[in-house]
Design a protein around this ligand. Sequence first.
Ligand code: AGP
Length: 368
Amino acid sequence: YVVDKGNHRHFMEKEIYEQPEVISHALSHYVDFASHRVRPDISSIDFGSVSGLAISACGTAYLAGLVGKYWFERYARLPVEIDVASEFRYREMPLSPSQAALFISQSGETADTLASLRYCKDNGLKIGAVVNVKESTIARESDAVFPILAGPEIGVASTKAFTCQLAVLASLAIGAGVARGTVSAKDEEDLVRHLVEMPRIMANVLNIIQPQMESLSREISKFKDVLYLGRGTSFPLAMEGALKLKEISYIHAEGYAAGELKHGPIALIDENMPVIVIAPHDRFFDKTVSNMQEVAARGGRIIFITDELGAAASTLPTMATITLPVVDEIIAPIIFSLPIQLLAYHTAVFMGTDVDQPRNLAKSVTVE
Ligand code: AGP
């Protein structure tokens, strides 16, 4: 694996654009592209018989876990307890050996995640690691290793590791659903088909949205604060968008569950704080649009990241509308990650920051 920037200005840009390829590679490890089945031998964890799942991680890996929680609960009907590792390890939560635990880490060396893993191990839980570095400490100390196969990620801001983590978690959640009898053979086939089609859609989306994301980023770079909103799996994505923007452009950003808007952040809405609404045309769409109305009514500027159906369904004025193709719910968080990553990337480029090595940040946090 050659680690250079290729034709790209930054590793981050290269890593954004190689996502279709690495995700396809990762998926081929977990699902059968011909039969559209999850590979039966992917896990030594018996998701069929566990009573619940504990997930822990830090930063972007934690937000991937949060999307995973929605999937494991929805598709496998498996209760998930999730927390950032620095809280998880000290909460003294009751755990049982009938549960399994998943730790998500690109580097596999994050101190808090490792400490949470050891805490779960001491409590007798079966341990799974979703890691990029297969030789890492977290991988070595786990009972089951789920590689995300993203290849080396050099940019401090995680991009391809996040989407590969999501692809692996989606496959595991479907596999768990099959094992638990909550995903039928027909549903398995449909869900896996969507995963298999995803790399092609990603490549297409990256091509289509690039110019628009670049010009929108020029606008965003003029603001000091940005709010991201989303519901369902778009909620963790809103937090991921905010994290990405703040860590490389140094613009203050917050990600909120759209329904929480009127419980506080609505007080901040004015023309100086763009609101990025992540809303595929899913089960939550109408609710999110009503939150968007609340923003518009207060003179807020809206950046609407939606799909073709969503764009047609809303007539609210926006500062920009980014229209993606309509995709199945299982792949929407991965497809909708792409505009979020490009927005952060191009904004940072306009701001003139050190995109791959932002100030004060380390790629891997090996101290508490
Ligand atoms: C993501 O852009 C961050 N740089 C950071 O939040 C990162 O995801 C976190 O430190 C976890 O790292 P890990 O995946 O190597 O454990």
